[in-house]
Design a protein around this ligand. Structure first.
Ligand code: ADP
Length: 553
């Protein structure tokens, strides 16, 4: 008979994170740029007290364990309190992306059966418009104070967030319960079909936060000042509201003010050392910094992920601004972190150019995640940095099933010798893994360009275009071709005032990639379509260029 461990059995609960921050880093600041326009400052101690008051207020409204509290809100202290006040009291925090189409928002809120909806001031007109489609919502909470409440609203019993808190005394003990209880729900952005809900547990969220703070992951510490640019409605801001509580660092929230100028000013005045976001936000910030000949005084490190970080962006941040770029890969179904690219001891001895090429990859897994690349039959492929296959993952913060969906998304995987490796989650990404365990995404399976039986990586072609000094942004999509089936079309946006011809841009590919992979044509546009999370919207772009006739066809 096995001998059982004799350690305290304490469930891993989200409330323990903010309790820890309040007790051990209580006076460390949390600064928020508010929707109202001003700057709000308080600390972890006050955040925890107010989260407890919010839990009391939710209970007073009659919300029951397991019920969902929806949010339509920017990054800010009240949103943080809702994260902790709801999950901590056994409710489920459901962050909704306000940049989605109104119909999608209504669909998601209904699918999740949200009972309450908390929203920022600027979303009032949107929520008023949606209310008739949201019969299951019993409480509308406007995240503001009495002074900013509207004189009249079409919403039934519109509640004021600050008034709810003022009515409570904070004498509330965080309850203890099963760590496998649901803590929050995020929906995938639904690029194909309806969005699907990933239901995180307290256990998965705490483990993810623990792992993501490690030195070879986000490397968070109490010395940091963290500004999550990645929204709290996008996979829980990659777990930063939780991992920052673990390390007890200062947090800075930008609210809706995400333009280059506002971000830069906040980075400087609040002495931000670390940030995280998708490549598109850095495009905006870097354009502002470069055109005003500015530099960063405290900003030292950033995680870039959500879509491939163009090597040119990595180089600019590292070489011109001294900001370390940590390229990361993940997805909603992974809470979201899977891999990050940091050099190992043996790689530190390599020449800088080789190091750079490693940092451009999506990187190594964090302990907790395991990954493999498999062929179409489910057989694992070698880790040789060349064999591209479907990327599969597993681990305690990877989903097992989608919310309210029948059937399992998991697939069986076999080792090279045919033995079973169990069931894994298929990511829909195509990748290689090298002998050192560094994974590189070559494409999303639906974005790969299949030319004459060979695969061309759209990401590789985009990265080359983005390295051209006159290119602001680039996307590569497949176009029908009578002989090759598909051929790449480059759609590019020029930098303001830059001159560039189709021929010059295509010539830029010579010597940078195999000749047969060079795009067949270039279309210049003034803007590329982006998803609600700031990624290139290839589906829309493919529709836009449907029937496009390549000169080679
Ligand atoms: P959605 O799937 O709706 O876009 P997610 O945020 O979950 O929402 O996106 C996850 C996907 O984003 C991954 O499967 C992958 O295709 C892409 N992705 C994330 N990070 C990277 C990265 N660093 N490089 C390339 N692709 C990435």
């Amino acid at each position: 008979m096995a001998l059982m461990g004799q350690m305290m059995s304490m469930p891993l609960l989200i409330s323990s994170l903010i309790q820890h921050a309040a007790r051990h880093s209580g006076d460390t600041e949390i600064v928020s740029k508010r929707v109202e326009g001003d700057l709000h400052r308080y600390n972890w101690r006050e955040a925890e007290l107010r989260s407890r008051k919010l839990a009391q207020a939710f209970a007073r409204l009659g919300l029951q364990a397991g019920e969902r509290v929806g949010t339509l809100a920017w990054n800010g202290y009240r949103h943080l309190e809702i994260y902790y006040g709801s999950s901590g009291s056994q409710l489920v925090c459901h962050t909704i992306n306000p940049r989605l189409f109104p119909e999608q928002i209504a669909w998601i809120a209904k699918d999740a059966q949200d009972r309450a909806l908390c929203f920022d001031l600027n979303f009032l007109p949107l929520v008023e418009k949606l209310a008739e489609h949201l019969p299951q919502i019993k409480h509308y909470v406007l995240m503001t104070d009495r002074a900013h409440m509207p004189a009249a609203s079409t919403l039934p019993n519109l509640l004021c967030y600050e008034e709810l808190l003022e009515a409570e005394d904070g004498r509330y003990a965080w309850p203890s319960f099963d760590e496998n209880t649901a803590s929050s729900i995020c929906y995938t952005s639904g690029t194909t079909g309806n969005p699907k809900g990933a239901v995180y547990s307290h256990r998965s969220s705490v483990l993810h936060a623990y792992g993501s703070a490690l030195p070879d992951a986000m490397d968070c510490s109490a010395k940091d000042v963290i500004l999550p640019v990645v929204p709290m409605f996008h996979v829980n801001a990659w777990g930063l509201p939780y991992s920052s509580a673990i390390v007890g660092c200062k947090l800075v929230f930008p609210g809706p003010h995400l333009d280059g100028k506002s971000l830069y000013e906040l980075f400087e005045t609040e002495k931000v050392s670390f940030s995280a976001g998708v490549p598109t936000v850095w495009l905006g910030l870097l354009t502002y910094v470069a055109s005003n000949k500015l530099s960063f005084s405290t900003f030292k490190r950033t995680v870039i992920g959500g879509s491939a970080c163009p090597p040119a962006m990595l180089k600019t941040l590292m070489d011109d601004y001294g900001v370390e770029v940590i390229h990361a890969w993940g997805m909603t179904e992974l809470s979201p972190l899977g891999t990050l690219s940091k050099l190992t001891a043996k790689q530190l001895a390599l020449p800088p150019e080789q190091q750079r090429r490693i940092l451009e990859k999506q990187g190594k897994v964090i302990y907790g995640i395991d990954m493999a690349v498999i062929d179409d039959e489910g057989q694992a492929l070698p880790w040789d940095g060349a064999s591209a296959g479907n990327l599969v993952v597993r681990g305690p913060w990877v989903i097992n099933t989608y919310f309210q969906q029948d059937g399992s998304p998991l697939v069986p995987v076999q080792a090279a010798d045919g033995s079973s490796m169990g069931e894994w989650f298929p990511t829909g990404d195509v990748a290689t893994i090298d002998a050192d365990g560094f994974m590189q995404i070559t494409d999303r399976s639906k974005d790969v360009i299949k030319s004459g039986g060979e695969w061309i990586s759209s990401i590789d072609l985009e990265n080359i275009a983005m390295a051209h000094p006159a290119v602001h942004e680039a996307a590569v999509i497949a176009c029908r071709h009578p002989k090759w089936d598909e051929r790449p079309l480059l759609v590019a946006v020029k930098k303001p005032g830059a001159e560039l011809t189709r021929e010059e841009l295509l010539a830029f590919y010579e010597g940078r990639i195999a000749k047969w992979q060079i795009p067949d044509d270039v279309a210049f546009v003034t803007e590329l379509p982006h998803t609600a999370t700031g990624k290139l919207q290839k589906l829309k772009l493919r529709e836009q260029f449907k029937g496009y006739k390549l000169p080679t066809a």
